[in-house]
Design a protein around this ligand. Structure first.
Ligand SMILES: [Zn+2]
Length: 121
């Protein structure tokens, strides 16, 4: 099994509705996103997947979030704009393009991250 990882960043505003503290107000983060994919077999070139394809796909998804207020996007009207739900959002978008996505990690700052796996692996 091969595991590939690429990273990307975006900056956005959000607020955590109902949070008993500072995060209930609108504030911003530069989020760091890590995408991991798992692939069993290599192609003829000896690659699990072209890193370029993976990076481009991530870049397109993050572009939709960059310099936005996350709470204004329809997904985050249904789900609170926590790092956990940001991970789910990106996972779902990624899965539509790349089936072998295994997990998404969202860093809200240098010391705190959350990782979402779809099937509890
Ligand atoms: Zn925050």
């Amino acid at each position: 099994m091969f595991e590939l990882q690429v990273e990307g960043t975006f900056s956005a505003a959000h607020q955590v509705r109902g949070y008993p503290g500072d995060c209930a107000g609108v504030h911003g983060h530069t989020y760091k996103i890590e995408v991991r994919i798992r692939v069993e077999k290599l192609d003829k070139l000896g690659m699990a997947m072209d890193f370029r394809r993976l990076k481009m796909t991530l870049k397109r998804i993050l572009k939709e979030l960059d310099h936005k207020n996350l709470n204004k996007l329809s997904f985050f009207k249904k789900h609170n704009a926590t790092a956990e739900w940001v991970a789910v959002y990106i996972f779902q978008k990624m899965k539509k393009k790349i089936k072998s996505v295994a997990s998404i990690t969202v860093w809200e700052g240098p010391n705190s991250s959350v990782t979402y796996h779809e099937d509890g692996e």
